[in-house]
Design a protein around this ligand. Sequence first.
Ligand code: WTA
Length: 660
Amino acid sequence: MSDFDSDVVDPVRIDNLNQENRTFAPTPEFARQAFAQPGIYDEADQDRLAFWDKQAQRLNWTSPWSEVLDWSQAPVAKWFVGGRLNVAENCLDRHLANGLGERVAIYFEGEAGDTRAITYAQLHAEVCQAANALAALGVGELDRVAIYLPMIPEAVVAMLACARIGAVHNVIFGGFSADSLSSRINDAEAKVVITADGGFRRGKELPLKIIVDEAVKLTPTVEHVLVVQRTKSDVEWFEHDLWWHEQLAAQPAEHSAQSFDSEHPLFILYTSGTTGKPKGILHTTGGYLTQAAFTHAAVFDLNPDTDVYWCTADVGWITGHSYVVYGPLANGATQLMYEGTPDTPHRGRWWELIEKYRVSIFYTAPTALRTFMKWGDELPAGFDLSSLRVLGSVGEPINPEAWMWYREVIGHNNCPIVDTWWQTETGAIMISPLPGVAATKPGSAMRALPGIGIDVVDAEGTHVPDGVGGYLVLTEPWPSMARGIWGDPERFIETYWQRYAKQGFYFAGDGATRDLDGDLWLLGRVDDVMNVSGHRISTAEVESALVSHPRVAEAAVVGAKDDVTGQGIVAFVILRGENNVDADTIGAELRNHVGQEIGPIAKPRQIMIVQELPKTRSGKIMRRLLLDIAEGRALGDVTTLADPAVVQLIASGMTTADDA
Ligand code: WTA
């Protein structure tokens, strides 16, 4: 595990944050009708477990629980002990029984403009067919199913079908390469892969099936590949391949769902850690669904009868799991799902979709907002955005400028903004203003949700005073917390629980500070995890991809500040052999190599060819100095370097290849 990088908590930034004195209270009309009222905090403070007990009752359970929380095996929690339920039944059948079968669950809009409106009854029928089809292929309880799909409704169907039969899904983002895909399939030992011939992205076809064909050559556990027909392009066909539509058509549209224990595994989702090997974060059933559903209703002020909700996240990330699939569907929401990129066929596409579907709740990432800011205010001004009433942000700290732009240009000063902090490991939102309660500040995530315990502490775990930077910790177990790392219980403890074992705190890996009003500001990662456009990528992963190239002797990677993507990947590379190379040529080659090894999201923004790397006497690369160089700052403390002259050498002797 990496050391603390205490410099990351930047005192200058904290000073600036403490000067932020703009606040925006909800209108009295909004506050009056809001799902969450101010009393909710006191209620949770008085009896935290009773509060979660009440939230769990939002769901349908076939057997009640005997105990809300069993923490005796900490840090592996059991929530709603002994309770039984079926997640898919809660997301579908329950709404049909309540007479909501004809309500639209998903408005789907393909990038090319093809549309589908799928009612809860139709979604239910498809999920039943898919559940039957998976069962017919021999997929049973606890078997793992890898899902590698574009943003199409079949992704939701596939996930719910797994949940329905108690299989464990492992969704892999469609931007990952064949190598990343096969390693995730192998780690989870998946029996079936669900993919598509392709998807549409930026006017081109994303050739998913070709990537799967390559990946499954290396995955001995995979018995079948189910292929959704999306682009209808020619694909190579293998013995293990089956068409999704044929398998579903052969099955009845009824399936009686069995219930599972509250702690039955629901899914594994891989995320980057501080080493090269991604972690399979494990989530279970009852607690996860309780917190996903509660937070989706409370944070977004959902009124399922009238709202049209849109979360722009891909199902390949945790946001897509909790706030495209499980939260909204458990709540009976109507939502928009869009396949493509925001700039296809034109840069106003998202705003056009908000106008078309009268979207009222919109949830996106700061990196997207900053991109739109760059594209100009005329674009959103050309569409009717008056249906919007709540705006959400997730994935990285939102800078006050982007926050104000969101409020003014998109929300027309009418919509509360909820800046939501959480992680793959937390499963659901942990820190966020409640939109009818909080007077929000541009850039602050404000406070912990009711029922959630947080603190900002120093390296020893001592609470730091307001106005001082420190490390964010979660002080109490919560229902949607990860139950472990798939196949690696030791790493689960080491990564999150060891550092503050004495206090029993969960270490989040983020820096934070409370301002003098006690409101919380997130300051970014304090470990070797970068956040590029809201995607977590570890420096170690990119470094190991770089050194796997025959020309690379050594590599060090840092996440440098980037106006649009939050952080950009900057790699310092020492080449083998001949050094009189054209930096642009080798830079392009290395970037492509990283794209092949991990996926396009991990391609460095900039590659610097250097002769040496700054190291401490014990041989540890000093990333902080590389970050100073990458961000063009004066060099920090060099006294612990084995050879202080080396940084001058780097700064003066490097050749750089920038991303075109
Ligand atoms: C960062 C995404 C500041 C943070 C849901 C966290 C944020 C990591 C915010 C988790 C936010 C997420 N403000 N930082 N509102 N939301 N982060 O697992 O560094 O993809 O640790 O989950 O994103 O990323 P993950």
